[in-house]
Ligand binder design. Structure first.
Ligand code: ATP
Ligand code: MG
Length: 390
């Protein structure tokens, strides 16, 4: 039996004239996601993409799992490719979906006939196949509104495809249809979630991580790489910079008023990230900040941080509670890694009494105590370590 994977496009169907380009990008992303599983062919056909393994040895379960993380896919399912003959379709539906049919209590048949030469119309296919399935599975009842199992037959050019229930896709837009942005990634819970959420809107990610050895350890850095590896299952490969940040942090500690440490550090992070982002052709920065979560995330502090850069700053977690952010981090499987206890550079030199109602002129005044700030930014950018996380 020939088995394939049917992909239903998501939002990109709305893209009208650009649809072809969007589908091509989606296919490119699917290829990347399947690269380690095997070779596949991709055929576009009316808001569906048919994915076929080149060899029978390839594990389709693994392929479906990888594809369920690719943005731009609304739904997907494995399907049996059957000769376009009503008797063969009946037998195939019964044998291919035997398990699903025996577990379900209710079902319905949905037929889509895009090959208008097929002798039976869709309602006729539904009636015939529905009757046949009932005759073979006496426990089943038809429920057209809310069936446990929907048996779908799609009669297309070369085959009739038979499938059971769809699996929900990752939704969103194919990565790299919305441009590029650089995410400031820490080892925490929020920034991997923020990265995932923007990738879901079709943004290709570049990552920037600040490390402050010896205050932060190699293990902390490895943890961030592990988080990016998990995000990359959705976003595709992520060009990543690890920026040496110790010198700047020590300069802040030694020269600036303590109540402004965190805000000034944040502003330097933004400035350095903006430089790397420009170099990587990014048009925005992304952070995991959320209003009110900590002193550096009051609206006043966020305003001071924004003022350090010209690029727009996207903060997809901005209005979310920790609980909501955690729910997403569990879903994308970053939570368990995020909660491993390693020091982040943000927790080094935290002020005892941070300024929550920081005013920009005061922050700039405090910041001016560092004389060679621009040089240190330049040095940090030059010494950033670049790697690609898959
Ligand atoms: P997270 O869970 O993402 O670490 P958080 O609630 O712990 O967030 P902070 O530590 O204040 O908040 O950091 C706020 C944001 O600043 C992070 O979401 C991230 O975008 C950025 N950030 C913090 N630390 C770093 C770092 N070491 N490297 C890069 N970006 C960082
Ligand atoms: Mg943090």
């Amino acid at each position: 039996m020939k088995e394939i994977i049917l992909i239903k496009n998501g939002e990109l169907v709305l893209k009208g004239l650009n649809r072809n380009t969007f589908e091509d990008i989606l296919i490119k992303n699917m290829k990347k996601a399947l690269r380690e599983i095997g070779e596949f062919t991709f055929t576009k056909s009316q808001s569906t993409i048919i994915v076929e393994a080149v060899s029978e040895e390839i594990d389709l379960d693994e392929a479906v799992d990888a594809l369920s993380k690719v943005f731009g896919i609304a739904a997907l399912s494995r399907a049996a490719a059957c000769e376009k003959d009503m008797d063969k379709i009946k037998e195939m539906a019964q044998s291919y979906l035997a398990d699903e049919l025996s577990f379900a209590k209710t079902f319905k048949v949905e037929a889509k006939r895009s090959d208008k030469k097929f002798p039976l119309k869709s309602p006729e296919i539904q009636r015939e196949l529905g009757g046949y399935i009932l005759s073979k599975n006496h426990h089943l009842k038809v429920d057209v509104h809310n069936p446990e199992l929907c048996v779908t037959v799609e009669v297309r050019d070369n085959y009739a495809f038979i499938r059971g229930n769809n699996i929900k896709g990752a939704g969103g837009m194919p990565v790299s249809t919305s441009g590029r942005a650089a995410v400031l990634i820490s080892g925490g819970i929020d920034s991997p979630v923020a990265a995932y959420m923007m990738a879901k809107r079709g943004i290709e990610l570049v990552a920037v991580h600040f490390a402050s050895p010896p205050y932060t350890s190699d293990l902390a850095e490895q943890k961030v790489m592990e988080l990016l590896h998990r995000v990359a299952k959705y976003s595709g490969p992520i060009t990543t910079y690890v920026v040496p940040f110790t010198e700047l942090q020590e300069a802040i500690r030694d020269n600036c008023a303590e109540e402004f440490f965190t805000i000034i550090m944040r502003r330097y992070m933004m400035k350095i990230s903006e430089k790397l982002a420009e170099y990587q052709n990014c048009s925005a920065l992304i952070t995991g900040e959320s209003v009110g979560q900590v002193a550096s995330q009051t609206i006043y502090a966020l305003g001071c941080t924004d003022a350090a850069v010209n690029m727009p700053v996207f903060r997809p977690c901005i209005g979310m509670d920790k609980e909501e952010i955690i729910a997403i981090s569990r879903k994308i499987d970053t939570f368990e890694t995020s909660i491993q206890p390693y020091e982040d550079c943000c927790t080094v030199f935290t002020p005892r009494h941070p300024k929550t109602r920081a005013k920009l002129p005061d922050v700039i005044e405090a910041e001016s105590a560092i004389e060679n700030g621009d040089e240190m930014i330049k040095k940090a950018v030059e010494n950033a370590k670049r790697l690609v996380i898959k």
